[in-house]
Design a protein around this ligand. Structure first.
Ligand code: HEC
Length: 120
């Protein structure tokens, strides 16, 4: 019996390593924290949240009107090239080119959001 393995696809979903993602999140901490709004909005509650919807945080119109719902996919797209994905947003960070680094970072954010001792 032959077992046919699928050919490696170009857009294979990269699975993330939350531990590595924690150190990559260091780049975001210049402006963000999980629990508190700083230069950027808090990242607790991010998954399933409508972009631009943390109360009291002053977002750009671009972010508020974007219609984005944050998910692993939309975060990946945004973080690849923030300005190309959402022109006129006010986040002063160009993005992360490396798909594995993005996947690790998103895995870390997802893990922290699942942890009630962090995000509650
Ligand atoms: C130089 C400061 C800065 C850095 C560094 C930064 N951000 Fe931001 N971020 C912001 C600001 C300001 C906004 C609000 C943008 C707007 O309103 O257009 C934002 C918005 C966001 C949002 C939208 C959140 C929401 O509530 O809709 C996400 C997601 C995000 N940042 C993720 C990240 C991640 C992940 C990193 C690290 C790779 C990062 N940011 C690095 C300043 C920063």
């Amino acid at each position: 019996m032959a077992i046919v393995l699928p050919a490696q696809a170009e857009d294979t979903v990269v699975s993330g390593d939350a531990l590595r993602g924690e150190s990559i999140y260091g780049r975001c901490k210049a402006c963000h924290s999980l629990k508190r709004d700083r230069t950027g909005p808090r990242h607790c509650g991010l998954f399933g949240r409508k972009a631009g919807s943390v109360k009291g945080f002053r977002y750009s119109k671009a972010m508020i009107n974007s219609g984005i719902i944050w998910s692993e996919d939309s975060l990946d797209a945004f973080l690849t090239d923030t300005r190309a994905f959402l022109p006129k947003n006010r986040m002063g960070y160009a993005g992360i080119k490396d798909a594995q680094e993005r996947a690790d970072l998103i895995a870390y954010l997802a893990q922290q959001n699942r942890d009630p001792s962090v995000c509650n």
